[in-house]
Design a protein around this ligand. Structure first.
Ligand SMILES: Cc1ncc(COP(=O)(O)O)c(C=O)c1O
Length: 388
């Protein structure tokens, strides 16, 4: 059975061009990029070429790109490194209620270790209360951290405006752009962002490599101590094959951007319209625009998302649900709860996230299978209102 992979916000397949570019670094090009000899030096050149490619995708200077192990590490480094750099002088962190745990749990950790934390709310469409954010920033604020695009709903936040607010108030601004980079244009030459996180495995590079962009002049304490790699900002022998892979993935992403915002978006819209037309009591969670072109989050009332996933799995269809199985009870995600999505809808939410490897046939199969799955589950559901 063919796998129909519609879970690209969880991870993506490694592009064949990326795998091919990585291969020599598992073989003959095994030198340490920090060695003094020319064998290591030739490897160093490939690391620096990858840095340039990532910088080009972001509109940044190569010296501002620091390779890390993943998006989570980049987020941790941004928040903890900023608070540590301002130790004892600023004690306030501003973030949002809908961040990924890689940011939210770090903010809450800092909240238990001497910081005050403000979590900016969102409305029913998943949009941020910008006035709330602006009013929250004070002279005591060390950092504002707000994701570029939400991983569950795909809602894109007004990053330009938030960056301007922070710049005017002289506060460090970090954005978790893990879901945005490669899907929508990002230009750091135009937007005054101080720190930005990205993750390789969300843009067709392998798992285990990420980037923290650090704008020149940004105060940040190093997160990993040890050797002097990455300009002393992130110790640890460079993960050369993965860094090279990320460089190629960044180059490919730039080339595919038009496809992403046209063909992939059209496929996503076809899927969304097909599901809404053929499944009664379905709704889209989150504002439809601006939104990541590859993401839709659809709730099917009165059924459990996990049950839908299991039935989709029987047809080889991979997606995600908006609830997490914790301690035996299915809790709706913190994002849907922050938006106030009603209980009966939040439980039946499914996130479909596409990539350039999806075809119209993939989408049409989901549209064909879904109505029967929902009908069957509703027959068994205790939540369906009498007479419905
Ligand atoms: C918005 C966001 N931030 C951070 C992460 C974590 O990235 P990584 O898996 O590279 O640690 C994810 C992963 O899903 C994400 O969606």
């Amino acid at each position: 059975m063919k796998t129909i992979y519609l879970d690209n916000n969880a991870t993506t397949r490694v592009a064949p061009e990326v795998a091919e570019a990585m291969a020599p670094f598992f073989g003959e090009l095994y030198g340490n990029a920090s060695s003094m000899h020319s064998f290591g030096g030739q490897v160093r050149k490939h690391v620096e070429a990858a840095r340039e490619k990532v910088a080009a995708l972001l509109g940044a200077d190569p010296s501002e790109i620091v390779f890390t192990s993943c998006g989570t590490e980049s987020d941790n480094a941004a928040l903890r490194g900023t608070v540590e750099a301002l130790a004892g002088r600023k004690h306030h962190v501003v973030t949002t209620r809908v961040e990924h745990p890689a940011v939210l749990s770090v903010a809450r950790y800092l909240g238990n270790h001497g910081c005050r934390v403000t979590e900016v709310p969102v409305n029913a469409e998943g949009l941020l209360d910008l006035q709330f954010l602006e009013d929250a920033v004070t002279d005591d604020t060390a950092i504002v951290s707000c994701m570029w695009a939400n991983n569950e709903t795909g809602v894109v936040f007004p990053i330009d405006e938030i960056a301007q607010i922070c710049q005017l108030k002289g506060v460090t601004f970090h954005t978790d752009a893990v879901q945005a980079v490669g899907k929508i244009p990002v230009n750091l030459a135009k937007t005054p962002i101080d720190l930005l996180s990205l993750s390789g495995h969300k843009l067709h590079a392998p798992k285990g490599v990420g980037v923290l962009y650090i704008r020149k002049g940004t105060r940040l304490a190093p997160f990993m101590l040890g050797g002097h790699q990455e300009g002393g900002k992130r110790a640890g022998t460079e993960n050369v094959p993965y860094i090279v892979g990320l460089g190629v993935a960044a180059e490919l992403a730039a080339g595919h951007m038009r496809d992403e915002v046209t063909r992939v978006r059209d496929l996503r819209d076809r899927l969304e319209q097909g599901l809404l037309a053929h499944c009664p009591d379905a709704r889209v969670n989150g504002r439809r625009d601006p939104r990541l072109p590859n993401t839709t989050n659809v709730s099917f009332e009165f059924v459990e998302g996990e049950a839908i996933l299991l039935m989709l799995d029987e047809f080889g269809i991979c997606a995600s649900s908006g609830s997490a199985c914790t301690s035996g009870s299915l809790e709706p995600s913190h994002v849907l709860r922050a938006m106030g999505v009603p209980f009966t809808a939040a439980h039946g939410s499914i996130r479909f996230s596409l990539s350039r490897y999806n075809t119209q046939a993939d989408i049409d199969l989901v549209i064909e299978r879904m109505p029967a799955i929902i009908r069957r589950l509703r027959e068994l559901s205790p939540f369906v209102p009498q007479g419905a």
